[in-house]
Design a protein around this ligand. Sequence first.
Ligand code: FES
Length: 212
Amino acid sequence: MSNEGREPLDVRIDSEGREGLTGTTPASIYRPLSDPEQVTLPPDGKPVEAQPVWRTDFPIDWPQDQYVGRRDFMKFMVLTSLAFTVGQFWIAAKSWLRARANPPGGVRLASIGDVPIGSTQMFAYPNAHDRCILVRSAERTFVAYSQNCTHLSCAVVPQVADGVIRCPCHEGIFDLATGRPLAGPPRRPLARVTLDVRDGQIFATGIEARTV
Ligand code: FES
């Protein structure tokens, strides 16, 4: 298209009508600054406090710009410190809950007499929703594992006579004595509950999530 006969565009921002197109304000409305610490008078002449947020967040004068920079830095520091403090409280609360769930000496599970040889018993450890199984496979042999299969968390079932723990979902098989996978999709051993047998009582003292 030919520009012949058309007025060339006036690139000056203070040209009439130009401010509506560009979103800028005529330069002539700004008061000239003699002091570098002085801030520019906003186009509407209102004080800084009465200006819209975008104008105070994106100032055009150095003093205000530095103020915004310091303010944003302080905000960042306060939020970071707050997150750090909340994290510390979270860790402390978790430790307290863990210590409460696992008192010194362990959590009593059963009396030896309550678990006949070859039998199993369910219990919750370390929290009320963590299902575990206790197995007495011989006179003095007790083992305990999390009941969650390490494949997709189905509940495993001990088959004491066969010396295995079986997962019915995908036919995963674990060794009863060690909790290690023998067949099927599981690749990691069952989480093992450590036991302490003393004074005719069986105590759970911890739980070990193992990778091999
Ligand atoms: S969930 Fe146990 S074998 Fe798949």
